[in-house]
Design a protein around this ligand. Structure first.
Ligand code: 7RM
Length: 635
């Protein structure tokens, strides 16, 4: 247990267990009272809402009758206050170019771009796809859409043209906003050319707006394609935002499901903005003077909620970095933290493990004295990585918030509150306000503390997804029919004796070996606690005797050599850490693991390799296909 320090506690936005308990009890016992008050305090409404929640499971309407403008909440309301000349975005490009954009300037850019979009015929309810590098214009595009009531769908800049085409067609986007390219590891990632290939099969797209970022040559098709800077040169700097219904759609974000076709998760305005605003304030203990850095790309939900909407609604200073963490060297992040005085740093376990692998020397070259709070998101963080993060980055001084949530939940659901919750490495600890997690067995019965089961959320929350775009039937079966009327998260988890939540991973990652439930993440955690191991991914392989056998894919730290002896050592190590039931059946060394571009290990691919070699199905989200080829060759 890592208890909050007295110093942190004394200055925390929510500094006492008693306050957490009182507010949590109110939030679940009287949700309308709690959320109604928060919505009035934290958001600016043009028209007050009449009712906090209309709930006809699985469809929720939050703050009905209310009207607001999300972009106004992120920008206009900070003008005329001490925040107006505060930095909203500090941007660092991969080549080293730095730009600071104040709230007043950001407001001006968003107003101009909203006018530009209007000049292209975009209006409330239309869809716009955004396919951009991590540059301020990506946030400007999102906020300009929000300002007009145009529904954006951000497509991660690493997706292929096939993926762009599918998403653009699924939501009938009329407009695509892109750039010539973005910088990644010193090279130009060509975005416009990918859009051009996609648009050969997208009949509904009328215009493409192209930001000049890298200066590489692009083909401009007249009159479809327009330069960002030319539109902006003609655009007025004034734009009066209209108010939209609280349930007006804000964005669609595609996320992979168990089948090949990605799901278009739909988020709306009032509830989503409230969920992201309140969590940013309390989970990150946000202060006026913070320099806040969430390393997620805006192509993922974390980028939407914790780079753009949550922080800007709070008037925060957001650091945005365009490129790779190891460009030009493995210490680029630590250099950025020192150069800009970053105080809050939010990243993913996979990144933390990469830093561990690159070695402590790169960290030790930098001070990191400005940091005061660390966060983790995206997958369970193994205790080994947690401890390294705590000691090496946080210098044992910074609380770590391990935040569990999903694209579908919109905002953080389960997390420690800094200054209040004692942390246990690997546990995301306790529910945020209004969140009621339950662990149920296959019959829908609550399992005893300490036992594993499936994770459900039993009460509606403001930032919940409203449906899947164009597929309400899939929305119902996917999330609300495992146990009728309550939300199935798709994760396996357990509560420990202190009531702390441990998310083991996707339910399909929980194996059953000889009748024992074994979380692949647990075995992975055991493997990476061995000094030779850098990263590990564990999957099940069908086994006649045991049901499933444990297959481990392992990458080694530099200086370590693969050998049969080391395989045996690692199998014994896991048996020692977890028990003989978890002794791996097979350990395979690999140069790298197949990952999505957001860093999640694609276990589905490893399962296919473990089961016999052929990789079938959708691999468009894979970061580097050569990894798969080398894993197959290895067998
Ligand atoms: C925010 C995000 C969601 C899935 C989720 C989990 C896993 C995310 C944690 C975590 C354990 C965490 N959205 N997950 N955060 N597991 N501890 N702190 O990642 O839609 O892309 O993924 O990610 O399995 O269901 S997501």
């Amino acid at each position: 247990m890592f208890k909050p320090s007295a110093e942190f506690k004394a200055q925390a936005n929510l500094g006492s267990e008693a306050t957490y308990k009182r507010l949590y009890a109110e939030s679940v016992n009287s949700p309308a009272k709690f959320w109604g008050r928060q919505a009035k305090e934290l958001l600016t409404w043009r028209k007050p809402f009449k009712q906090v929640l209309q709930w006809k499971a699985p469809h929720a309407k939050w703050f009905t009758g209310g009207a607001l403008n999300v972009s106004e909440n992120c920008l206009d309301r900070h003008l005329g206050t001490a925040r107006e000349n505060k930095a909203a975005i500090i941007f660092e490009g991969e080549p080293g170019d730095i730009r600071t954009i104040t709230y007043k300037q950001l407001h001006r850019e968003v107003c101009k771009f909203a006018n530009a979009l209007e000049s292209l015929g975009m209006k409330k309810g239309d869809r716009a796809a955004i396919y951009m590098p991590m540059v301020p214009e990506a946030a400007i595009a999102m906020l300009a859409c929000a300002r007009l009531g145009v529904i954006h769908t951000v497509i991660f800049g690493g997706f292929s043209s096939e993926a762009i085409k599918d998403r653009v067609n699924d939501c009938d986007a009329k407009l695509v906003i892109t750039a010539d390219g973005g910088w990644r590891r010193g090279k130009v990632v060509e975005l416009k050319s990918a859009v051009d290939r996609a648009l050969t099969g997208t009949p509904k797209v009328e215009h493409v707006v192209v930001l000049k970022r890298t200066g590489n040559e692009v083909a401009m098709t007249q009159p479809r394609d327009r330069w960002w800077h030319e539109l902006m040169a003609e655009a007025k700097a004034e734009h009066k935002p209209k108010a939209f219904d609280s349930e007006h759609p804000l964005f669609i974000l595609y996320t992979s499901g168990s089948t090949g076709k990605p799901k278009g998760v739909l988020h709306t305005s009032g509830g989503y903005l409230l969920g992201t605003t309140i969590t940013t304030k309390y989970v990150f203990d946000l202060k006026e003077s913070d320099i806040y850095w969430c390393t997620a790309d805006i192509g993922w939900i974390t980028g939407h909620s914790y780079v753009v909407y949550g922080p800007l609604a709070n008037g925060a200073t957001v650091l945005m970095y365009e490129g790779a963490p190891n460009q030009p060297g493995p210490d680029r992040f630590w250099e950025i933290i020192d150069r800009h005085g970053v105080t809050i740093f939010y990243t993913a376990p996979t990144a933390i493990r990469a830093f561990m692998r690159w070695g402590d020397d790169y960290v030790k070259k930098h001070s990191l004295a400005s940091l005061r709070l660390l966060g983790s998101v995206g997958e369970p963080i193994n205790p080994e990585a947690w401890m390294w993060y705590h000691k090496m980055i946080g210098k044992k001084r910074c609380p770590i918030v391990d935040t569990w949530w999903q694209t579908e939940t919109g905002a953080i659901m389960v997390t420690p509150l800094p200054g209040v919750t004692a942390a246990k490495p690997g546990s995301c600890t306790r529910p945020f306000f209004g969140v009621v997690p339950k662990i149920l067995d296959d019959n829908g019965k609550e399992v005893p503390k300490g036992s594993g089961g499936r994770l459900f959320l039993t009460q509606p929350w403001p930032s919940m997804l409203r449906t899947l775009w164009g597929d309400d039937a899939r929305f119902k079966t996917q999330y609300w029919s495992e146990i009728k009327g309550i939300y199935f998260a798709g994760d396996g988890a357990r509560f420990d004796k202190d009531g702390y939540l441990w998310v083991v991973g996707r339910i399909d990652d929980v194996l059953n070996v000889s009748g024992h439930r074994i979380g692949t993440a647990e075995v992975e955690s055991a493997l990476v606690s061995h000094p030779a191991v850098a990263e590990a991914a564990v999957v099940g392989r069908p086994d006649d005797l045991k049901g499933q056998a444990l297959v481990c894919f392992v990458t080694l730290k530099s200086g370590q050599t693969a050998s049969d002896q080391l395989k045996d050592t690692l199998r014994a190590h896991v048996a020692k850490e977890i028990g003989a039931i978890a002794r791996p059946d097979s350990v395979r060394f690999a140069a790298g693991l197949p990952k999505t571009r957001s860093g999640k290990i694609m276990r589905r691919i490893l399962k296919e390799i473990a089961a016999g070699g052929e990789v079938k199905g959708d691999v468009t989200t894979l970061e580097d296909f050569s990894v798969v080829a080398s894993l197959q060759a290895e067998d």
